[in-house]
Design a protein around this ligand. Structure first.
Ligand code: BTN
Length: 325
C-alpha cells in the first residue's frame, strides 16, 4: 500500500489531503498516516501540513526496488534485477546468481557493499547512500578475446551519459572515468569462460555520485559528480542514463562484432592519446607515448621507436601540470 500512496504523491506537485488519498485508495485516514510514516522511515522526504495534507519533496534520493522499477527506461538491460540493501560485492553476488539462473542483462544494485572489489586485486570503497554500485550480467556470443573491447565500450557508455548531463568526463585507458584529472568511476569486468565460449560476463560499475569528502588517502585521486559540479544527483537517474547509453552501445557492439567502428570515438574521449604515460603490464614497466588504440582495444605505446601494444595493466598519464594520474 505504501507504494500506491507514493505513486499518488509523485503524481501531485501540490499538497494532497489524507482524506483524498484515503478515498482514492479506499483506506482510512489512519492507514494513510501509518503508510506515510513507513515511507518517511525508508527515507522519503514527505512534508505533512495540518489542513493541507502531504507533499513529496522531489529531492529524495532513494534507491530501492520500487524506484529502480519506475526509473529504468531500458528495453533489456535491467529488465530483471535484484536490489540489495547490503552485499559483499555486487560482482560476487552476480557470480553466485549466475551459477544457476541469471538472464542476459540481469542487473544487481546494492545500497552498500562490504567488500567492494577493484581492478588488479584492489578494494573499492563505497559510501553508504552517496554512491552507486551495480553489476550487469551479460551472455554474449563473441569470443573471450573480445572482452577487452567490451570493457572499453562500457567506459564509453558512461562517459557519453555524463557528457549528456553536461559533465566533462574523459576515459583513461582501459576504462576509468576521469573528471578534472580525478577518477569518478571504476569498472571491473569479470568473465567465466571456456576456451572458445563465454559462459557469462559481469560488468561491475562503481560511480561516485554525491560523495562530499574522500579520505586523505583517496583525496588526491578520487572525485565525485557532486564535487565536480556542485550539484546533487539522484542516483536512480544516473543509473538510468548510464544503462540507456550502455544498452545502445552494447547492442551496436554485438551487432558489428568488432570494436573497429568505435575506435575513433573512443580515442576522442580518451585522455591518454598523445600523452606521455607509464604502463605497468605483463610486459613490464613501459614509458612512452600513447599513440592510439588498436581495433582489438589494446593501448598502443610508442617507446624508443617501437610500438608496444598492451591488453591490460595499470596506466598513469602525465598531465600538462606534470601530475601523473
Ligand atoms: C576499479 O578498480 O577501478 C574498479 C572498481 C569497480 C567497482 C565496482 S562497484 C560495483 C562492482 N562490485 C564490485 O565489487 N566492484 C564493482
Amino acid at each position: 500500500m505504501k507504494y500506491k500512496i507514493l505513486e499518488l504523491l509523485k503524481q501531485n506537485t501540490a499538497y494532497i489531503s489524507g482524506e483524498e488519498i484515503g478515498k482514492t485508495l479506499n483506506i482510512t485516514r489512519s492507514a494513510v498516516w501509518k503508510n506515510i510514516s513507513k515511507l518517511k522511515e525508508i527515507g522519503y522526504n514527505i512534508d505533512s501540513v495540518t489542513n493541507k495534507g502531504y507533499m513529496l519533496n522531489s529531492s529524495s534520493d532513494i534507491l530501492n526496488e520500487y524506484e529502480i522499477k519506475c526509473a529504468l527506461k531500458t528495453k533489456n538491460i535491467g529488465k530483471d534485477f535484484q536490489f540489495l540493501k547490503e552485499t559483499d560485492s555486487t560482482n560476487e553476488e552476480a557470480k553466485r546468481l549466475s551459477q544457476s539462473q541469471t538472464k542476459n542483462g540481469f542487473l544487481i544494485v546494492a545500497e552498500n557493499q562490504t567488500k567492494g572489489k577493484g581492478r588488479l586485486g584492489n578494494s573499492w570503497s563505497h559510501s553508504y547512500k552517496a554512491n552507486l554500485s551495480f553489476s550487469i550480467v551479460l551472455k554474449p556470443n563473441f569470443l573471450p578475446n573480445d572482452i577487452t573491447s567490451l570493457t572499453l565500450i562500457t567506459g564509453m557508455a558512461i562517459c557519453k551519459a555524463f557528457r549528456k548531463l553536461g559533465i566533462s568526463a574523459f576515459l583513461k585507458w582501459p576504462n576509468d572515468i576521469i573528471i578534472n584529472g580525478k577518477k569518478a568511476v571504476g569498472i571491473l569486468t569479470e568473465i567465466s569462460c571456456e576456451i572458445e565460449r563465454i559462459n557469462y560476463v559481469i560488468v561491475g560499475i562503481g560511480i561516485n555520485i554525491n560523495e562530499k569528502n574522500f579520505s586523505e588517502e583517496l583525496k588526491e585521486k578520487a572525485t565525485s559528480l557532486f564535487i565536480e559540479t556542485g550539484k546533487e544527483f539522484k542516483r536512480i537517474d544516473i543509473l538510468n542514463s548510464v544503462l540507456l547509453e550502455f544498452e545502445e552501445i552494447y547492442g551496436s557492439f554485438t551487432e558489428h562484432g568488432s570494436f573497429e567502428p568505435f575506435l575513433k570515438e573512443y580515442e576522442s574521449l580518451c585522455l591518454n592519446i598523445g600523452k606521455k604515460i607509464k604502463a605497468i603490464s605483463k610486459q613490464g614497466t613501459i614509458y612512452g607515448t600513447a599513440s592510439g588504440v588498436s581495433d582489438k582495444g589494446e593501448l598502443i605505446i610508442k617507446s624508443d621507436d617501437n610500438n608496444i601494444s598492451i591488453v591490460s595493466g595499470e596506466v598513469s598519464v602525465r598531465l600538462q601540470d606534470g601530475r601523473y594520474i
